[in-house]
Design a protein around this ligand. Structure first.
Ligand code: IPM
Ligand code: MN
Length: 346
């Protein structure tokens, strides 16, 4: 019989609340012959304050033994900015070589967005996940003086760029429109821009059916608002991808719907699925958090593990649920989870 060994990191703030709903829908959608084994990891602000630990090696090793990881959110105002983000979230992405950070955007019905009612917005950002300015390759000279100089170097390797670009071409090739847009800033970031562009062009010769396009990142933000239907697959570096996917979420239904997968396509390490949103400490514990982004991340997790039918059932349930919500009273986190769990079984 089949089984899923799932590691669960609820994390901070609303992370625990939304993850509970994700697991609820996961249990509801799985066929009865699939055995779901979850192991929860106590990582995040609570653990850090209690023990000083962020991500001990033993836990990293234990996480590695799972088929996938479901993560809620990391970060808390009681911990200095960056400590948990770097020590936990980014450490996981780097340690498990999550070089494809996959962030789909689709305009669902009845969503409060400036683009509501526009048809055919359905694109996916393939954000590089292990390089760029996220590598921690920086420093400061004459720190704290009026003459301080701080650098944060963006690291781009030919191998790192090629593997993510190739993944993006594969995804574009598999979609009806077969279009791939490279987003960078090669008019200013000359060396990194040239590396990305030359690899993008070279790999593209192996995918003659894929139509390609290049946009500077600043222009891409304009088109994401004015002509989002022109995008199919976007490939970009770690930092541009971070910024662009928050914008993409905002224009296509809000951060409450944005799902993501930190993928290790080689399968050497477990991939990790998480909502794009953060821990939202301001609404933690109020029951206001929308668990839909986490539920959609569960759908991505299922698709990654080969459960395509179940993934599609979740996505249909979310679309139906949003369509049915026109003008309805706000629901609690738990009520939304219940509604989605009911739809995937019904
Ligand atoms: C995201 C987040 C993270 C990132 C932060 C919390 C380190 O913004 O997943 O988009 O920058 O990648
Ligand atoms: Mn972000």
């Amino acid at each position: 019989s089949r089984s899923i060994r799932l590691a669960v990191i609820p994390g901070d703030g609303i992370g625990r609340e939304v993850v509970a709903q994700g697991l609820k829908v996961l249990s509801a959608v799985l066929p009865s012959d699939v055995k779901l084994e979850t192991e929860e990891y106590d990582l995040g602000a609570r653990r850090y304050h209690a023990t000083g630990e962020i991500l001990p090696d033993a836990e990293l090793a234990s996480l590695q033994g799972h088929d996938a990881i479901l993560l809620g959110a990391i970060g808390d105002p009681s911990v200095p900015a960056g400590v948990l983000e770097r020590g936990l979230l980014l450490k996981l992405r780097f340690a498990f070589d999550h070089y494809v950070n996959l962030r789909p955007s689709k305009l669902f019905p009845n969503t409060a967005t400036p683009l509501a009612g526009r048809p055919d917005i359905d694109f996916v950002v393939v954000r590089e996940g292990t390089e760029g300015p996220y590598t921690g390759n920086g420093g400061s000279l004459r720190t704290g003086t009026p003459n301080e100089v701080a650098t944060e170097v963006s690291v781009n390797t030919a191998l790192g760029v090629e593997r993510v670009v190739r993944d993006a071409y594969e995804r574009a090739q598999g979609r009806p429109r077969k279009k791939l847009t490279l987003v960078h800033k090669n008019n200013v970031l000359v060396y990194a821009g040239q590396l990305w562009k030359s690899i993008f062009d070279r790999v593209g010769r192996e995918y003659p059916e894929v139509t390609t396009d290049y946009l500077h990142v600043d222009a891409a933000t304009i088109f994401m608002v004015t002509r989002p239907e022109q995008f199919d697959v976007i490939v970009t570096d770690n930092l541009f991808g971070d910024i662009l996917t928050d914008l993409a979420a905002a224009v296509t239904g809000g951060i409450g719907l944005a799902a993501s997968g930190n993928i290790n396509p080689d399968g050497a390490f477990p991939s990790m699925f998480e909502p794009v949103h953060g821990s939202a400490p301001d609404i933690a514990g109020t029951g206001k958090a929308d668990p839909t982004a986490t539920v959609l991340s569960v759908a991505m997790l299922l698709r990654h593990l080969g459960y395509e039918a179940e993934a599609a059932r979740i996505e249909t349930a979310v679309a139906e649920d949003l369509a049915a919500r026109d003008g309805a009273a706000p629901r609690t986190t738990d009520e939304t989870g219940d509604a989605l769990a009911l739809r995937v079984t019904g």
